[in-house]
Design a protein around this ligand. Structure first.
Ligand code: GLU
Length: 346
């Protein structure tokens, strides 16, 4: 794309959240309204995930000022799974820069499942975007380090800085996925055959499987998301994890492809970048405002947490997070009005 924006000063888009009390109540509401929902099924293609308790449910919101609001099982640890893709991508972008990440991994959708082999074939071996497994493996292959252990240390350390605490590995999930991830091994080999990864594909899959097996809580996800909402500074620890530019680029990719094949529907309904994982985690980010972390294992057919999506949709609307929603200049009433009365308002 030729955009001619070099040297143009970039301003940030900001807005105010409701008061601390209001956010606190709305987080409780998001939990209460959805705790009785029983739709969805727990993922079982990784055997260790099949035993998750479908009743677990937690909602956490971390503000960019460091305040954290929580309801439900926000301290329950589960494997981060695909949500790691977004944060590893951010760390790799920080190392590689905008242009190289764009060229090596890409930012466009495949329209196919997250673990599609056909998507690679249809695109001349290009991994397409970092939120599908091909792109995530290509991203992990770009992590700096001379050995798999060094690359793993870089990831564990980086994701821990996003969370503001040391994250550990779920060895049960890691071993279970290692025994059953032949498809990811095939994808890595295919990328190697196209010259898209030069690192050892066996090692790349192993490091990727470890990154997916990192244990997080809904609260961790909220803080990790808030770090991306806060220009790359963890609002709880005050540590800079990545640059503002990297946050912007990572959120753009999450907006385009974070919710599997339902990414368009997610953006249409909820209007903020997000990323989900098959263990039931979901992170969503309102730039300049909050990170939202939810956990509930039952998933819909696309692989997204049912309660997590509902709670996030409620919070996006009630906290005023949708980046596409605007008010009318000069009118103090910041609410969106029903479209049926739209004609009368103007
Ligand atoms: N580790 C999982 C896989 O690669 C992650 C899938 C997901 O959360 O979407 O299959």
């Amino acid at each position: 794309m030729e955009l001619d924006v070099d040297g143009v000063a970039e301003r940030v888009s900001t807005g105010a959240l409701p008061s601390w009390d209001d956010v606190e109540h709305l987080v409780q509401d998001a939990f209460e309204r959805n705790r009785g929902v029983t739709a969805g099924t727990v993922a079982d293609y990784i055997p260790a995930l099949a035993v998750a308790d479908p009743a677990l449910f937690g909602v956490s919101v971390a503000e960019v000022n460091g305040a954290v609001h929580s309801a439900g099982d926000v301290g329950h640890a589960f494997s981060i799974q695909s949500i790691s893709k977004a944060f590893v991508y951010a760390l790799v972008c920080e190392e590689l820069g905008h242009e190289l990440a764009l060229e090596r991994v890409g930012v466009n959708n495949t329209g196919l499942a997250f673990n599609s082999v056909m998507a690679i074939e249809l695109n001349d071996g290009h991994p397409m975007n970092p939120m599908v497994n091909a792109g995530a493996l290509a991203t992990t292959a770009l992590v700096p380090g001379a050995t798999a252990d060094e690359r793993w240390a870089f990831i564990q350390d980086g994701l821990s800085r996003f969370a503001g605490r040391r994250l550990g590995l779920d060895t049960g999930v890691y071993e279970s996925e290692t025994a059953t991830n032949q498809r990811n091994q095939a994808i890595a080999r295919l990328l190697e055959s196209y010259g898209r990864i030069t690192a050892d594909p066996v090692e790349v899959v192993d490091v990727y499987t470890r990154q997916c097996s990192l244990l997080v809580t809904a609260r961790d996800l909220a803080v990790m998301g808030a770090t991306l909402a806060d220009g790359g500074v963890n609002p709880v620890t005050g540590e800079r994890v990545v640059s503002q530019h990297v946050c912007r680029d990572t959120l753009a990719v999450m907006a385009a492809s974070g919710l599997y094949e339902q990414s368009g529907e997610w953006l249409f309904e909820i209007g903020i970048p997000g990323k989900s994982g098959v263990a039931g985690g979901l992170v969503a980010i309102a730039p300049g405002k909050v990170g939202i972390g939810t956990f509930s294992p039952p998933l819909d057919a696309a692989g997204n947490s049912v309660r997590g999506q509902r709670a996030t949709a409620f919070l996006s609307r009630s906290l005023g997070l949708n980046v596409f929603a605007s008010g009318v200049h000069g009118r103090p009433d910041a609410q969106l009005h029903d479209t049926s009365t739209e004609g009368q308002e103007r």
